[in-house]
Structure formats: C-alpha cells, structure tokens
Write a protein that binds this ligand. Structure first.
Ligand SMILES: [Zn+2]
Length: 273
C-alpha cells in the first residue's frame, strides 16, 4: 500500500510528512459476527481495500488499521473481540498523540465500523477538551451515502451484514463470502421498546439479536464495487479539503488559549450576568 506507515523507513516517513502536508490517516475497523456468510473482520477487510485505493490517488501516511473496536452487542455471538469504551478512547488518543509527535498535525480517522458513530463524535470533542496541539478529522463509515445506496441497492433495510455490506465484501474478498449458507434468509427487525424519540441502551440488541440486517442474499459483487468506488471518491475529496484546511488548528489554538486564561469569565471582564 502507498504510504503504509509500517513499510516506510525513517527517511521515507519524514519525506511523506512533507509531501502529505502533515496528514496521516488511521483506519478503524472491528472484529465481530457478520452472520453465517461473512468473515468476522469484514469491516477491516473492506476498509483496507478502500484506504489502499484512496492512498493511490492522494499522498498520505497510512497508520496500521486498528482492527478492534467497541462491539459489545456482538459479544452474544461467537468471534467478537470487544474493547471497553474508555480503553478504546485512550488507545485512539494515544495513537494520535504518537502520530503528532512524529510531526503529523492533521490526523484523519477513517471509520469502517458502523457502531463507531458515537466514538466518532465524542472523540473529536475530547481532542478539543484536552487542548491537543493537532487537529483530528473524523470521517464516519460510508459518509452521507444514504441517497447513493438507493441508486444501487434493491432492498431498503440496510445496516450490518446486509445487502450493502455483503456486496462490498464480495467485491473485495470474494473467496471469504459463503452465500450458500444464507438460503435466502431475510433478517427482520425485532421490536425495540416504544419510547421514541428516546434512544435506549438496547436499541441494537432488541432489533438485531442475530446481527445481520435485511436481505443479504440480494448482494452482488457488482453492487459492492459501485459502493466501494463511491466511498473511495468521497474519501479522496475529503482528504484534499483537509489538506487545504487552515481553520481547525487555528480555532483549536484560540479555544485552548481562552480556556487557559479563565475562559468565559475573563472574556466578560470577570462578571457573568
Ligand atoms: Zn461490518
């Protein structure tokens, strides 16, 4: 893979830091059940392919992917490797600190695991809270692709090990997919507690106890290739904007300085009304 951190020498990484304008990416996957037909590491396997194609188009240092994530709901099924939420945040922060120590001041998290949406939000806030001397840009899984899916997919209920995800694994790792194990099975949502619009602790486990969603039997490699290439295009476009960005670090510095000086009270002359 182009720009792969673990394949570079110390000279290479210093050169790429300049050529990439100090941008590095950290891919985040997960290891969890994806039904009877897909590998446990479907997220990191698809993400690896997506990131490789992105890095061929736009120079960037690619940190080794983190295959582990928060997959608590999947621990009811065989194969999950769950990382406790606090430890996961600390670990991702530690990796970002190390990348920044190597001179990469723009760190891009590329999420491949749908369940990382909460981490994606909270981690950015934590970096601001802690006044870090580097910027974090976090790209959620399959960013804003809901409308695009409608043009490619035959079914509407998508989520995990579904028509969409199965198609992507068929496109990038065809030998690891066992469609013969599905027997046309349709996975329907269970009944979550009727407390809307409240979100609850059991949102996922009450809906999808077996993990797969919808009709994975409708998947094809052709659909998967369309999704993967759209995802790659969106990542490349985002990476180019991130390289041009002059706002995030400046505002973070101003925000941190203001907090160090006493924040709001100081700004309003020591009085709050
Ligand atoms: Zn997945």
């Amino acid at each position: 893979m182009q720009g792969e951190w673990i394949a570079m020498s110390e000279r290479d990484v210093a050169a790429l830091r300049r050529r990439s304008k100090g941008v590095t990416v950290l891919p985040l996957g997960s290891i969890e059940s994806h039904g009877p037909h897909l590998p446990l590491g479907s997220d990191p396997l698809v993400l690896r392919s997506v990131v490789r194609r992105m890095a061929e188009q736009e120079p960037v240092a690619v940190l080794p992917e983190l295959p582990y994530s928060f997959v608590l709901e999947a621990t009811r099924r065989p194969g999950a490797i769950h990382i406790e939420s606090g430890l996961l945040m600390d670990l991702v922060e530690n990796i970002c600190d190390e990348a920044a120590r190597n001179g990469f001041r723009k760190i891009v998290l590329i999420h491949g695991h749908g369940g990382n949406v909460a981490l994606h939000w909270m981690f950015c806030k934590r970096i601001l809270e802690r006044g870090k001397p580097y910027a974090v840009y976090s790209i959620p899984p399959l960013p804003d692709m809901g409308e695009f899916f409608k043009t490619v997919m035959d079914t509407e209920v998508l989520g995990h090990a579904c028509e969409m995800e199965t198609s992507m694994v068929m496109a990038v790792e065809p030998t690891l997919v066992r469609m013969d194990r599905l027997h046309g099975r349709v996975y329907r949502s269970g009944r979550p507690p009727d407390v809307g619009p409240a979100f609850t602790t059991v949102e996922w486990v009450s809906r999808w106890p077996e993990m797969p969603v919808g009709e994975p039997a409708c998947a094809t490699a052709d659909k998967g290739e369309k999704i993967v290439s759209e995802w790659v295009d969106r990542l490349v476009a985002s990476l180019r904007k991130i390289k041009r960005d002059r706002v995030v670090l400046r505002v973070m510095r101003e925000f941190a300085a203001e907090r160090r000086q006493g924040g709001t009270l100081k700004r309003y002359g020591g009085r709050l009304r």
